[in-house]
Design a protein around this ligand. Sequence first.
Ligand SMILES: [Zn+2]
Length: 214
Amino acid sequence: MLDFKQTDTNLHKNKADIVALSHLFYAKNWSLATSSNYSMVLSKDPLRVLITASGKDKQFLCENDFVTVDANGDLIDAQNSEHKQSAETLLHTAIAARPGVGAVLHTHSVASTVLSNKYCSKGHLEIQGFEMIKAISLDNMKVSHETCIKLPIFANSQDMVALSKLVDQNYDSLPKGFLIAGHGLYAWGKDLSEAKRHIEGYEFLFEVLLKSGF
Ligand SMILES: [Zn+2]
C-alpha cells in the first residue's frame, strides 16, 4: 500500500507545486475568474485531501490558500477560519478515494466549455487520430494515436451530491477524466505531474477539435 503520510516538508512542497501549476493554468486561460480547483491526496486511510480554498484567484494563489478535507468533503484543517471548501470538493473526494489516484485537477477552459456543451446530448466527446492521445495513461491499455477515447460528458448541476454519485457509479469507465457540460474538465493521475499531463493533453486535444471545426 502506498504511504501518503505527509511530513511538513512534503506538505510545503505539495502546496508549492500546486501554486506553480495554478499560475501556469491561469496563464493558459484555463482557470480565470477564480474558477477551477486543484487537489492532492495526503492520505488514503483515512482519506485526507489538500484542496484549493473556495473563491481564490488562481493567478495569485499562494500556500495559504488551501484547506484539508475528509472523505465527506468536510473541513479537517483550514489554515484560515475564513477559508471554505469549494462546492465541487465532493467531486474531488469521490475520485481521490479511488486506488492509485494522487491528484485531481479541474479547469474551466473555453474549449472544454464549448465542446462539452455541443456534445452533451451525445453523452461523450469522441477523440481519435491525434498523437497527443498518447499523453493519456489508461489502466490496462496501451494507448496510441489510433485509440478512440470517449470522454464522458455529464449534465451540469449545482447538486454536487448527485453529481459526485454519478461520477462514482461511472468511475471504472472514465478515461482519467470527464467533462461537465458548459462547465469544464476534470482529470486526475497517480500524482500531480500525471494529472497535469492529462489536463494538458485533453486541453490540447479540445483546441485541436475546435480548430478542426468539430
Ligand atoms: Zn467548476
